[in-house]
Design a protein around this ligand. Structure first.
Ligand SMILES: [Zn+2]
Length: 450
C-alpha cells in the first residue's frame, strides 16, 4: 500500500473507543483509508515517503456528520426568518416553482458551504434527490440521501414520488461510496399511513434507513391527534415504524410518554439547535441523552437557520441545553462531539468505518485552525473546539481520502462560480414563485423584502 498523505505535527482528537487525543500526532492516509496514527516522530521514520501535510497549529477531528439537512434549499437562504409558520407560508409555496436544476445548483452551494463548515457527511432529505446526488458526488461530500415523499400538502406530492423514492434507493445502493441511499417520507402528517407502512417494509427489505420529520409543528401534532387520537411518536410506535434505523427530525411537540418510544425502539431524535432556538421551541435533547437515547445534531435547511455551518451549531447545542435545564453540567463538549461523529456514524450504520479516527477507518477528517487569536492560549481543548471555533476555522477537509477543502478553499469547484450561480438562480426562483403565488407576494412585502 503506498502512502498518499502523512499529516504531521497536529493535535488529533481521535474520538476512538478510548477517546484518545494525540499531541504532536500524525495520521497516514492511503487511498480512502486511514492506515496509521501515532506520534509524528514515529510515523516519519516508518513512512518516510509520500506527500506531507503540515498540521502544525491545527486540530484534527473525524469529519462531522450533519444528521438533518436539505442542502438543495440554499437558493432560499433566510427567506423564512421573519415569517411565522414559514414552512407552510413560504417554503412550500416557493417549492412549487423549483426545477430539478434549481435543486442541483442549490445542492452545489449548500454542499460546498457544508464542507467548508466541517461537515463531511450530510444526511439529506429533499425533492429531486437525483440532482442532489449529482451535486454531492461532484463536490466530494458524502451523503445519506433520501428523496422526499409526500402524499399530501407539500409542493410536490403523488404516487410518482413514492415510487421515485424507492427507485432512488435501488438505483444508488452500492453504486458510489459517497452516496448512501435512504428512504425519506416527509412527516407523519404529510405521508399517508399505508405509504409509511410500505416504506417501513422496503427499508427493512433493502437494509436502508428511514429519515423523516416528526412533531415539528403544532399543526402536525394536532392533525395526528385528531385523526388517530395520539401524539406523532405514539402513532409511529403504534404502526410499528420506529427502530434504530429511523432518524426523526425535531420531535418538538411531544409529551414525556412519547420519549419512552425512543428509548424502547432505538430511533434517533434529531436536534437542530439554531433552528429550534430561533423558533422558540427547544428540544429536550439533554433529557433524552441522559436516558440513553441517541440524539443526533443537524443544521436543518438554511431557510430556518441561515447557515450550513455545523461547527457553529455545536456551541448553540451546548448553550441552549444548559439554559433549558438550568444545569452547568448539561451537554458537555465531549458528548456534543460524539453526537456529530461516532454516534451519528452508528446511527447511519457506518460506525465500524466512520466517526472515529482509527486504522482501517475511512479517511473523512477535518483540520481546524487552532493557532489564531481566537484559540490561544488553549487551556481546554474540547471546550475551545465547541465554544471558540466556527466553521470558518475549518482549514482542510478530507472525504474518502480526497482533499476537498485546502486552506479554506474548495478543491473540487470554483467558488466564484458558485457565488455567481447563487446570486443568479436564487432571485430567479423567488421571482417565479412571486409571479405564481399571490399570497407569497403579500408575505414578501410584510417581511420588507419587496
Ligand atoms: Zn428539515
Amino acid at each position: 500500500m503506498s502512502a498518499k498523505f502523512l499529516i504531521t505535527h497536529a493535535t488529533v482528537v481521535t474520538m476512538n473507543d478510548a477517546r484518545d487525543v494525540l499531541y504532536d500526532g500524525a495520521i497516514l492516509l492511503s487511498d480512502e483509508r486511514i492506515v496509521a496514527l501515532g506520534a509524528t516522530d514515529d510515523l516519519l521514520v516508518q513512512y518516510p515517503e509520500g506527500e506531507r501535510i503540515d498540521g502544525t497549529g491545527k486540530v484534527i477531528l473525524p469529519g462531522l456528520i450533519n444528521a438533518h439537512t436539505h442542502i438543495a434549499m440554499s437558493l432560499q437562504k433566510g427567506v423564512t426568518m421573519s415569517v411565522p409558520e414559514g414552512l407552510y407560508r413560504v417554503m412550500w409555496p416557493v417549492g412549487k416553482s423549483l426545477t430539478p436544476e434549481d435543486c442541483y445548483v442549490g445542492a452545489l452551494i449548500g454542499g460546498a458551504e457544508a464542507l467548508k463548515g466541517g461537515t463531511t457527511c450530510v444526511v439529506d432529505h429533499y425533492f429531486h434527490m437525483e440532482q442532489v446526488a449529482r451535486a454531492t458526488t461532484e463536490l466530494g461530500v458524502r451523503g445519506v440521501m433520501g428523496h422526499t415523499i409526500m402524499s399530501r400538502l407539500g409542493p410536490i406530492t403523488g404516487e410518482r414520488e413514492l415510487e421515485e423514492g424507492i427507485d432512488f434507493v435501488k438505483r444508488w445502493k452500492g453504486k458510489d461510496p459517497l452516496v448512501i441511499p435512504w428512504l425519506a417520507p416527509h412527516a407523519t402528517d404529510t405521508v399517508a399511513r399505508d405509504w409509511l407502512l410500505r416504506l417501513r417494509d422496503v427499508a427493512t427489505a433493502e437494509g436502508v434507513g428511514l429519515h423523516l420529520h416528526v412533531a415539528q409543528s403544532p399543526r402536525e401534532r394536532d392533525y395526528i391527534q385528531e385523526l388517530y387520537g395520539m401524539g406523532c411518536v405514539d402513532y409511529l410506535a403504534d404502526i410499528g415504524f420506529l427502530g434504530p434505523d429511523v432518524l426523526a427530525a425535531h420531535c418538538l411537540f411531544i409529551d414525556t410518554a412519547e420519549i419512552d418510544h425512543f428509548e424502547a425502539s432505538g430511533a434517533h431524535p434529531l436536534y437542530c439547535p439554531m433552528g429550534h432556538a430561533l423558533h422558540g421551541h427547544p428540544q429536550r435533547a439533554w433529557e433524552m441523552i441522559q436516558r440513553g437515547i441517541g440524539v443526533l445534531i443537524g443544521t436543518d435547511c438554511v431557510c430556518t437557520n441561515n447557515e450550513m455551518n455545523l461547527v457553529s451549531e455545536l456551541r448553540i447545542a451546548g448553550t441552549s441545553q444548559k439554559q433549558l435545564v438550568g444545569d452547568f453540567e448539561a451537554m458537555p463538549p465531549l458528548k456534543i462531539l460524539e453526537t456529530v461523529t461516532r454516534d451519528a456514524a452508528d446511527a447511519i450504520g457506518m460506525g465500524d468505518r466512520l466517526g472515529s479516527l482509527a486504522p482501517g477507518y475511512l479517511a473523512d477528517l477535518i483540520m481546524l485552525d487552532f493557532d489564531g487569536l481566537h484559540a490561544v492560549p488553549n487551556y481546554g481543548l474540547l471546550d475551545n473546539i465547541i465554544y471558540t471555533c466556527h466553521g470558518r476555522d475549518v482549514n482542510t477537509v478530507i472525504v474518502h481520502g480526497k482533499v476537498v477543502v485546502r486552506d479554506h478553499r474548495l478543491t473540487t469547484m470554483d467558488e466564484g462560480r458558485l457565488v455567481a450561480l447563487a446570486k443568479e438562480r436564487g432571485p430567479a426562483l423567488i421571482k417565479r414563485a412571486l409571479a405564481s403565488e399571490e399570497d407569497l407576494a403579500y408575505l414578501w412585502r410584510e417581511a420588507g423584502r419587496s
